[in-house]
Design a protein around this ligand. Structure first.
Ligand SMILES: Nc1ncnc2c1ncn2[C@@H]1O[C@H](COP(=O)(O)OP(=O)(O)OP(=O)(O)O)[C@@H](O)[C@H]1O
Ligand SMILES: [Mg+2]
Length: 238
């Protein structure tokens, strides 16, 4: 499969220091990469670096195939303020087309059509006129996924998309994401849900101060990092 991202020995951080370093991984078309790691390990920072919002401190993050950051659909990690956003569902989904409009101050017919068909695909057409902040957490995540899909059919970057959802809504969203991946859309997902990562992902990137791993899911399950993380999780759930 065609390579889309090559990351070589990248270090990421802010003014006050390095957050994570020694990152080596590749993403190919159709991959489903799960990024695991404890709170503060730098997962969201890596997503921002991939989007070009935060340059790496050193090393290389290269986009292949003439990919542009604007061709990526991005679902950010949610904060309570964002959950309270006072716009309609349709407005939010359409805003996914903004990278296509350039300086044009309105959406054209095609973009409006894309927003409607994406809402239909994700089963949220009947919510189109509702205010985003009045929706349930699961409905809100679907809206944000529809928004991300309006930006691209190539790659989705999802930062903890199922956080705060009940188990049923989590499964629904995971299944939806898996079906988009089957259509050929590359998925890069930050997650704390190890069980789901092991079920759905093709590749795992585990970042942290002490552990660093990149490989296929099967390689991860047989690795020292993977084994210790899986064992700790099993103990926590006992
Ligand atoms: N804008 C910023 N300026 C300075 N430091 C930051 C900034 N954003 C994040 N950090 C710090 O960088 C580190 C990594 O943060 P990041 O948000 O990438 O972690 P994460 O792995 O996504 O964590 P979580 O699982 O809690 O979402 C943390 O120590 C955080 O405090
Ligand atoms: Mg984060």
């Amino acid at each position: 499969m065609a390579k889309q991202i090559i990351c070589e020995n990248a270090a990421l951080g802010y003014e006050d220091g390095i957050v994570t370093e020694g990152l080596n991984f590749t993403v190919s078309s159709g991959d489903y990469l799960c990024i695991l790691g404890e709170n503060g390990s730098g997962k969201s920072t890596l997503i921002k670096a991939l989007l070009g919002l935060k340059p790496q401190v050193s090393g290389k993050i290269e986009w292949c195939e003439g990919f542009k950051a604007t061709e990526i659909g991005y679902l950010p990690q949610q904060t309570p303020v964002q959950r309270d956003f006072p716009a309609s569902v349709r407005e939010i989904v359409q805003s996914g087309c903004l990278s296509k409009t350039g300086f044009r101050p309105f959406y054209n017919k095609e973009e409006k059509k894309l927003a409607e068909s994406t809402m239909k695909q994700l089963g949220i057409t009947e919510l189109a006129g509702r205010c985003y902040r009045d929706l349930s957490g699961g409905q809100q995540q679907r809206v944000l996924l529809a928004r991300a899909l309006c930006a691209t059919r190539k790659m989705l970057l999802l930062d903890e998309p199922v956080t705060g959802l009940d188990p049923r809504a989590q499964t629904d969203l995971y299944d939806l994401i898996a079906s988009l991946n089957k259509e050929g859309i590359t998925i890069i997902m930050v997650s704390h849900d190890l069980a789901a990562a092991l079920k759905y992902a093709s590749h795992i990137l585990h970042i942290g101060k002490k552990q660093l791993f990149f490989g296929t899911k099967e390689e991860y399950m047989n690795s020292k990092t993977g084994r210790s993380f899986i064992d700790a999780e099993v103990k926590d759930n006992d």
